[in-house]
Design a protein around this ligand. Structure first.
Ligand SMILES: *[C@@H]1O[C@H](CO)[C@@H](O)[C@H](O)[C@H]1NC(C)=O
Ligand SMILES: *[C@@H]1O[C@H](CO)[C@@H](O)[C@H](O)[C@H]1NC(C)=O
Length: 187
C-alpha cells in the first residue's frame, strides 16, 4: 500500500515539475525585443515602447532601450532584472528618475541616459550602485554637475556631461569620492 502511495506521489511531483519548470530564455524574449547571447543581451531599441517590457529574461545583463518613449524611469521599471550591468535608455524623452529605480541593481556598471530632458538626478539614485563605472548624461539640460549623486562612487571612471547647460565646472564636495574618475566630458 505504501509503495503504491509513494509511486503516486512521485508521479504528482513529476507532473507538477513539468508544469512549473523554468521557461528557457529562448521562449521568453519579449515580443518587442531581440534576445542574444543566451539571454544576456537584450535589444529593444526603436520600438515605440512607453515602458520597459515586464517579460524580459532575468538573465539580462545588457539592456538597450534607446530611442523609445519611456518619458521617465520608475522604481518598478527594472524589477526582476537584478543581473543588469549595462542599461542604455538614450533618446527616450526622459524627464525624471524615481529614487529607487536602480535600487536592486547592485551589478550596474554602465548607465547611458544621453539625449533626454534631465535637469537633475535624485540625490540617492545610485546609493546601492557602488560598481558604477560609466555614467553618460550627455545631451540633457543639467545646469550644474550632479554632485550629490557622486556620493561614494569610488569606481566611477567616466562622467559624460557634454552638451548640457552646465555653466560652472566647479566640482561639489561629493566628487571627493570619485577618485578613479579619468574622464569628465564638459564639452
Ligand atoms: C519610489 O519613488 C517615489 C517617488 O516617486 C519615492 O518617494 C519612493 O521612496 C520610491 N521608492 C523607493 C523604494 O525608493
Ligand atoms: C560623450 O558623449 C558624446 C556624445 O555621445 C561623445 O561624442 C563623447 O565622445 C563622449 N565623451 C566621452 C568622454 O565618452
Amino acid at each position: 500500500m505504501l509503495t503504491v502511495y509513494v509511486l503516486w506521489l512521485a508521479c504528482q511531483v513529476a507532473w507538477t515539475w513539468e508544469l512549473h519548470k523554468p521557461v528557457p530564455w529562448q521562449q521568453h524574449c519579449s515580443a518587442a525585443c531581440q534576445c542574444m547571447d543566451d539571454g544576456r543581451v537584450v535589444i529593444c531599441s526603436h520600438s515605440r515602447l512607453s515602458r520597459v517590457p515586464s517579460d524580459l529574461p532575468a538573465t539580462t545583463k545588457t539592456l538597450d532601450m534607446d530611442d523609445n518613449q519611456l518619458g521617465a524611469l520608475r522604481n518598478t521599471s527594472f524589477i526582476g532584472l537584478s543581473n543588469l550591468e549595462v542599461v542604455s535608455v538614450q533618446h527616450n524623452g526622459i524627464q525624471f528618475l524615481e529614487t529607487g529605480v536602480f535600487l536592486r541593481l547592485s551589478r550596474l556598471r554602465e548607465v547611458r541616459l544621453g539625449g533626454n530632458h534631465l535637469t537633475r538626478l535624485p540625490r540617492n539614485v545610485f546609493r546601492r550602485n557602488r560598481n558604477l563605472q560609466v555614467l553618460d548624461l550627455h545631451g540633457n539640460t543639467f545646469v550644474t554637475l550632479p554632485d550629490v549623486a557622486m556620493f561614494r562612487q569610488h569606481n566611477l571612471l567616466v562622467l559624460n556631461m557634454s552638451s548640457n547647460h552646465v555653466t560652472s565646472s566647479v566640482l561639489g564636495p561629493a566628487f571627493r569620492f570619485t577618485t578613479q574618475l579619468t574622464s569628465l566630458d564638459l564639452e
